[in-house]
Design a protein around this ligand. Sequence first.
Ligand code: SAH
Length: 195
Amino acid sequence: MTVSLLGEIVWAVGTVAWFVIRYPYARRARRAATVRVDGLSRERILLGVATVGLFVVPVVYLATGWPRALNYDLNYAAVAIGVLVYVASLWLFRRSHKDLGRQWSASLEIREKHQIVRAGVYRLIRHPMYASFWLWALAQAFLLPNAVAALSGLVAVAILFFARIGFEERMLTEAFGEDYRVYMRETKRIIPGIY
Ligand code: SAH
């Protein structure tokens, strides 16, 4: 087996794990009562962009080899870093779903009896799930031996994150007032102590 094939297999296994972790939360969210939905069409576009960059482009590359001119070979160091980053991403993804519990939604929503979560990984940063998306995209960059497939995830997460984050924090500030403002003063967004 070539090192590049190994990287591709790791990427595929991690992506299946991602869907397995999310599935029960997505299922439960379909039944949850919601009191506010923010920017629905904007959020649909952003989720579409994320799906294209993190999933569709890599799958097209894996299935067809396109765009072949931008292929390169991986080495073991890149795959090893990719594996470590991927494991960290999936761990954080699972933990943030568990900690956020019934307040989770794929787009921006306030649930009935929504409560601010500040426990678990939310004690360290305000957006651990988005931090896990950044790590996922970074792992993809190390694991896929093609410039387009490697970088499409980072571009997609950057768009999702920067286009959504201000709206999300504004929505939570409007819903929870001083409680969320205090939480914002006490924590950073995705990198503890830094940003
Ligand atoms: N931005 C968070 C959550 C992503 S899920 C993260 O990256 O971990 C998106 C939903 O989570 C939004 O609809 C919002 O209502 C909810 N949310 C975000 N932060 C929250 C918090 N600290 N407590 C409760 N709900 C939160």
